[in-house]
Design a protein around this ligand. Structure first.
Ligand code: OSB
Ligand code: MG
Length: 372
């Protein structure tokens, strides 16, 4: 497809509930939406970089700059054959995977819409629905966390994930496990511990958790391998898996038994699929992580999670949990089986509400061939 336009929208989306992790509290989700147009087709992608470099080194500001100054000049006016070709044209760019992923996903969406096919058909998806879990932020007390967990279990989510941090871990997890002895439960530390906490982390083995997500440093796979040998509970890596090579190294070292794939973190859907395939060959299950996406990112994640090795519930929750008003629809709701349907409409399966998009847009830029 000849890429004729890239349009960037920076949004400020107020969250229904503040979201607290070991790295801070978010009350508004900033994000960049990318519209890609070419040959009469249009596609949409979401950049998941945050306000500051807390989850990863990328931010809304760095992503905006990298897309404007480096990604778009390499693509505009060019005949881009698909994601492989896009990566070849961007080969000089180191890092900035969230910036690249937003454009890569918009290209996949445009390609699928132009072909009149759902994105899952292009990716090789096999599932018509995907099991849904929910990620609960750190709460003020164990009692409050139990109450929030109960509400989500009653809604039918198949797995509850609890955010943890030093000082806000064991009593919180114990309280939830005591109330819900049979629920699939996991925890996510977002890199808040070190190997010196091994004895402390071993206490989590008592709670029959599905996994402990990213306990150690965001760029580590060596200490995680040491920790995994010390724990009964499976480690799942999130932040530390940035490329297919990272996944290959982690599998070879035994740094984890599960991998969380977030397309933004790894540079888009092609790289996500490559990591999925590596894990499938190693019999390591994967699931799709979330970054508090709008319905554009959520729609893309659901299409990806239709691949066969997405065997565990993903952090893909109902739209209403995140925002009062979204910028694309129809909204995603939890089925009676605790799943999300994989839509079979062309592309990612949502239509953009341009008025709603404009209402939350704080910055906008149209990049065309002549801009370069
Ligand atoms: O570590 O999975 C994470 C949200 C922002 C940044 C990092 C993470 C998360 C979540 C939210 O856990 C998952 C969701 O989108 O519901
Ligand atoms: Mg995580």
């Amino acid at each position: 497809m000849r890429i004729e336009e890239l349009e960037l929208f920076q949004l400020a989306m107020p969250l229904v509930n503040p979201f607290t992790t070991s790295f801070g509290t978010e009350t508004t989700r900033p994000c960049i939406i990318v519209r890609l147009a070419g040959e009469g087709a249009e596609g949409w992608g979401e950049c998941v970089a945050g306000e500051g470099p807390w989850y990863s080194s990328e931010t809304v500001g760095t992503a905006w700059q990298v897309i404007t100054d480096y990604v778009s000049p390499a693509l505009l006016g060019q005949e881009v054959g698909g994601a492989e070709d896009l990566w070849a044209r961007l080969a000089r760019i180191r890092g900035h995977r969230m910036a690249i992923a937003a454009v890569e996903q918009a290209l996949w969406d445009a390609t699928a819409r132009a072909a009149g096919k759902p994105l899952n058909a292009l990716l090789g998806g096999t599932r018509s629905e995907t099991p849904s879990g929910v990620s609960l932020g750190i709460q003020a007390s164990p009692e409050k966390l139990v109450e929030v967990a109960r509400r989500h279990i009653e809604q039918g989510y198949q797995r509850i994930k609890l955010k943890i941090a030093p000082g806000r871990d064991i009593p919180f997890v114990a309280a939830v496990r005591e109330q819900f002895p049979d629920m699939l439960l996991s925890v996510d530390a977002n890199s808040a511990y070190t190997l010196a906490d091994t004895e402390h982390l071993r206490k989590l083995d008592a709670f029959n958790l599905l996994m402990i997500e990213q306990p150690l440093a965001d760029d580590d796979i060596v200490d995680h391998a040491t920790l995994q040998r010390e724990l009964k509970t499976a480690i799942c890596l999130d932040e530390a898996i940035r490329t297919p090579d990272d996944a290959r190294h982690a599998l070879a070292l035994g740094s984890c038994r599960i991998i969380n794939i977030k397309p933004g973190r790894v540079g888009g859907l092609l790289r996500s699929k490559q990591i999925h395939d590596l894990c499938q060959a190693a019999d390591v299950p994967v699931w799709c992580g979330g970054m508090l996406e709008t319905n554009i990112g959520r729609a893309t994640n659901i299409q990806l999670a239709s691949l066969p090795n997405f065997r565990l519930p993903s952090d893909i929750s109902a739209s209403a949990r995140y925002f009062h008003e979204d910028i694309a629809g129809p909204s995603f709701v939890l089925s009676s089986r605790g799943t999300m349907d994989v839509r079979q409409q062309p592309g990612i399966g949502v239509e953009i509400d341009k008025q709603a998009l404009e209402r939350v847009t704080t910055r906008r830029s149209l990049l065309t061939g002549s801009h370069v």
